[in-house]
Design a protein around this ligand. Structure first.
Ligand code: UD1
Ligand code: CA
Length: 455
């Protein structure tokens, strides 16, 4: 039987106190609803329908890269009304799973379990027992323990409010029955809304027994209504991610001080110090050590690399056994080959640095191809930009660039050449040559320093 997932994401989220629609607020750098969409994809859903409304087209346009069916709910008349909007888009013989755009951490295992139960009984409901059930719909069961209905908090009696088992909102059933029950909904309740939860009693009246299951972790079913809850779920997510890394053998100096905002792949014997942020797709090979306070985005860090404190690395490859930092900035399209050293206050942009080459202090190397065993002295700048265009600097193998050199691109520096410190290089340097472009030093003996005027 095919599976359709309906994700409710039309609500306003007033308590976020933001002009951004609630489901676009980010958890681990990804919009809340995108977490839910990705989960639905992992479940193997045949089609995904996202019901949006509040905030106009901001939700579908921000998430235009997500291949889903966008269903507009013009007026937010309740959760039952929201699901009904998607029904005409769902193939007749499908099962339907309802998820929420502001409940980002549901696990694939829990939902697979729910779908399995639904296949057996015809109706699956995800519930959880909470010490403080305030605000939630309560699960009403009969003497035999069978679910008979859900009563919303606002409509519940004093006695019903004592029930600790609550509706997570997540449920699954057949499209055929769902469509039939949704047509029968009314809004005769304290909120004047079409409640999805009213279909439970209808299903029971149709002789269906409701199967229930609970998530392993409470965070799986918690929704985001305000910034505090967003922060709480962010921490829960980060703690899960840290556990995954540690289970794979990574040493985290403090698992509560790492942030994973993407997909991280780690080899063995990796050590990550505190306050490291890993974003996008990150591949960290075996034996890598990452110092404190580093931000690494979409990069590959090869075997044995040491990244010292306070580095920012983006869209780069750091070659085997290289050493970067402290305080280095490696910008997009940089490839460091094996055994390179990039030191403090060095910025590398769109450059390839050959095996064993060193740029140890206070330099800018941009739009460059640097050979192997090159030593670039402190304060060297590639002048790559003429105000309109970027130009290439090519440096051969075994070159020695003295400190405080400007290489005015486009320029080629031949193999084995030497550039004297303090030079401004505007012309190509041939293989094995010494290039030197300093002004001659003038020394005046007995020089009297100027004295400050008295006034
Ligand atoms: C709902 C359930 C309640 C459950 C709780 C779990 C109903 C009637 N109640 O209550 O039993 O315990 O969730 O969190 O279903 N939405 C739309 N369109 C609408 C209304 C809502 O898309 O017209 C979306 C909201 O954006 C939100 C979700 O549906 O993501 C839930 O709506 P909300 O109003 O928060 O329902 P609750 O009152 O929390
Ligand atoms: Ca809610």
């Amino acid at each position: 039987m095919g599976l359709s997932v309906v994700i409710l994401a039309a609500g306003q989220g007033t308590r976020m106190r933001s002009t951004l629609p609630k489901v676009l607020h980010k958890l681990a750098h990804k919009p809340l609803v995108e977490h839910v969409i990705d989960c639905a994809k992992q479940l193997g859903a045949d089609d995904i329908h996202v019901v949006y409304g509040h905030g106009g087209d901001a939700v579908p346009s921000t998430l235009s890269h997500c291949k889903v069916d966008w269903v507009k709910q013009e007026q937010q008349l309740g959760t039952g009304h929201a699901v009904a909007q998607a029904i005409p888009h769902i193939p007749l013989e499908h099962q339907v799973l309802v998820l929420y755009g502001d409940v980002p951490l549901s696990s694939v295992e829990t939902l697979k379990n729910l779908i399995q139960l639904t296949r057996q009984s015809g109706f699956g409901l995800l519930t959880i027992s909470l010490d403080d059930a305030t605000g939630y719909g309560r699960i009403v069961r009969n003497e035999e323990g069978r679910v008979t209905r859900i009563v919303e908090h606002k409509d519940a009696s004093e006695e019903q409010r004592l029930i600790k088992e609550v509706n997570t909102g997540i449920l699954a059933t057949s499209r055929e029955m769902l469509a039939k029950w949704l047509e029968q909904l009314d809004n005769n309740n304290s909120q004047g809304e079409y409640y999805l939860t009213d279909i439970i009693a209808m299903a029971v009246a149709d002789g269906i027994s409701i199967s229930t299951t609970s998530p392993l972790d409470e965070h799986e079913v918690l929704g985001v209504n305000n910034k505090r809850q967003l922060a709480e779920l962010e921490r829960a997510y980060q703690s899960q991610q840290a556990n995954i890394l540690m289970d794979a053998g990574v040493t985290l100096c403090d698992p509560s001080r790492i942030d994973i905002r993407g997909n991280v792949n780690c080899g063995h014997d990796v050590i990550i110090d505190t306050n490291v942020i890993l974003e996008g797709d990150i591949d960290i090979q075996s034996g890598v050590e990452i110092g404190p306070n580093c931000l690494i985005i979409n990069s590959k860090i090869e075997q044995g690399v040491k990244i010292l404190a306070n580095c920012v690395i983006e869209n780069a490859v750091i070659g085997k056994d290289s050493k970067v930092g402290p305080f280095a900035r490696i910008r997009p399209e940089t490839v460091l080959s094996e055994n390179t050293h990039i030191g403090n206050f060095v910025e590398i942009k769109k450059a390839t640095i050959g095996n064993g080459s060193k740029v140890n202090h206070l330099s800018y190397v941009g739009d460059s191809i640097v050979g192997s065993n090159v030593n670039i002295g402190a304060g060297t700048i590639t002048c790559n930009y003429d105000g309109a265009n970027k130009h290439l600097t090519e440096i051969g193998d075994d070159v020695f660039v003295g400190s405080d050199t400007q290489l005015v691109a486009p320029v080629k520096i031949g193999n084995g050449s030497t550039i004297a410190a303090g030079s401004t290089i505007t012309k190509d340097v041939g293989e094995g040559e010494l290039a030197l472009s300093r002004t001659k030093q003038v020394s005046k003996s007995g020089w009297k320093r100027p004295i400050k005027n008295k006034d």
